[in-house]
Design a protein around this ligand. Structure first.
Ligand code: UGA
Length: 442
């Protein structure tokens, strides 16, 4: 099929590259001409494993090209996928739909024959139907159908997730739209992937509901972690016991410094806003948002406790600042409020992050940046682990402790065995959800 993908951000670019890989003829458009020329040169403007190589392969195979003109791209395609950003509105935290509205204004005049418009951007329920009405208003004679087809890929494993979906959710209301989406995803139906065929609003809500549920699991495990620390329990034992119940399952039960990224914080708030707009209180989602903010602040207290004194002038090695490993994304990363608080208190930060430096520098302008964790830790009084990059999991802990001025550690991702840390010479150890007396602190 001839496919136009509007928006060359995470979702758009990954979708464009993967749809080309499964054999479609894809034109990816973005209004940002400098981004388009970067992509034409085979460079991806953010870090996502495998994406750049795959993009270069597809461009070489002539299945993928880039442009800035959405109207022209629409004319040349059977299917137009909208994958522009829907960031948070500052005031009420609902999704900001201005980019998607702009995309529709550009798409409408390009409908020169039958087209199917597919909304992949995360949007509140009701948006896809409203967009169809906008197209009809702009171009009353346009022959088109609309579909909602949310994306469930994770940063850091986006290509894998696109190519191996747990399910493909397709919201359509007419046989023509249905047939076009069937053809678009034929590759996956041949491989027995689960398809969920719904109406428009159900598909839209399925995305917000999935992110809301996953965020709620994390908020719940983080609250339990605090309780574990207080009653003398270990969150890893509790989570494993819970996760072995097949009804609960083991994933997304890792306690940590709170969830971040471009999706969970934004989408939980958007769920609350959608509830308010429809006069259906989303009390659990509200609690998740609040709980996550509290978790981040609680990390500052844990750091202060393990530091054992004033942070003023304290040299601290920070392992990881991105919101999760295998990405350079800093959006809503827990590191931002946590480290900002430490900086306000006069700490000297020595940061090491395999991909985070470029975007992280803007958030922590006075920090020193290192490539090597040993160099970052040398002569410091404390290590803080904020992102569980593989690089940090395999370090020589005794060598690390020996190079420090005061071997203390706040392992806020629980990547190390507390016993191994103690044996390595760390005198003070703080982890999340592991009672202090187990972890070497009195
Ligand atoms: C999330 C969803 O997992 C995807 O399914 C969805 O498509 C995507 O949002 C989106 O809406 O586009 P992503 O934000 O890339 O993907 O990252 P996750 O792997 O879900 O992690 C989100 C945050 O939760 C991270 O800060 C991570 O550290 C945290 N987390 C995750 C935990 O603290 N504990 C866990 O057990 C799992």
């Amino acid at each position: 099929m001839k496919v136009a993908v509007v928006g060359a951000g995470y979702v758009g670019l990954v979708s464009a590259v993967c749809l080309a890989k499964i054999g479609h003829d894809v034109l990816c458009v973005d209004r940002d001409s400098s981004k388009v020329s970067t992509l034409r040169n085979g460079t991806v403007p953010f870090f996502e494993p495998q994406l750049e190589n795959l993009l270069q392969d597809e461009v070489k195979a002539k299945r993928l090209a880039f442009d800035t003109d959405t109207t022209e791209a629409t004319r040349a395609s059977n299917v137009v996928i909208i994958a522009v950003g829907t960031p948070s509105n500052g005031e009420d935290a609902s999704h900001n739909l201005s980019f998607i509205d702009m995309a529709v204004e550009d798409i409408a005049p390009g409908i020169n024959s039958f087209k199917v418009i597919v909304v992949k951007s995360t949007v509140p329920a009701g948006t896809t139907r409203r967009l169809a009405a906008s197209v009809r208003r702009l171009e009353p004679a346009a022959d088109f159908e609309i579909a909602s087809n949310p994306e469930f890929l994770r940063e850091g494993s986006a290509i894998f997730d696109f190519m191996n979906p747990d399910r493909i959710v397709i919201g359509t209301e007419t046989p023509r739209a249905h047939a076009a989406l069937d053809e678009l995803y034929h590759y996956f139906s041949e491989r027995n992937c689960a398809f969920v065929r719904t109406g428009l609003e159900s598909a839209e809500l399925a995305k917000l509901a999935s992110n809301g549920m996953l965020a709620a699991r994390i908020a719940f495990i983080n609250e339990l972690a605090e309780l574990c620390e207080t009653v003398g329990a270990n969150i890893q034992d509790v989570a494993r016991s819970m996760g072995l119940d097949e009804r609960i399952g083991p994933r997304f039960l890792n306690a940590g410094p709170g969830f971040g990224g471009s999706c969970f914080p934004k989408d939980t708030k958007a769920l609350v806003a959608l509830g308010k707009e429809n006069k259906v209180p989303m009390r659990l989602a509200e609690a998740v948002v609040e709980s996550n903010e509290r978790t981040k602040l609680r990390m500052v207290q844990k750091i202060e406790l393990v530091a054992g004194g004033s942070l003023g002038g304290m040299r601290i090695a920070v392992f990881g600042v991105t919101f999760k490993p295998d990405t350079d994304d800093m959006r809503d990363a827990p590191s931002i409020p946590i480290l900002s608080r430490l900086l306000e208190n006069g700490a000297i930060l020595r940061i090491v992050d395999p991909q985070g430096q470029k975007k992280g520098k803007a958030h922590f302008p006075n920090a020193l940046w290192f490539d090597d964790p040993y160099a970052a830790a040398a002569g410091t009084d404390l290590i803080i682990v904020l992102t569980e990059w593989t690089l940090f999991r395999t370090l020589d802990l005794p060598a690390l402790a020996q190079s420090m001025n005061e071997p203390r550690i706040a392992d806020l991702r629980n990547i190390y065995n507390p016993e191994a840390l103690r044996k390595a010479g760390f005198a003070a150890v703080s982890q999340v959800g592991i009672a202090n007396r187990d972890a070497g602190l009195q």
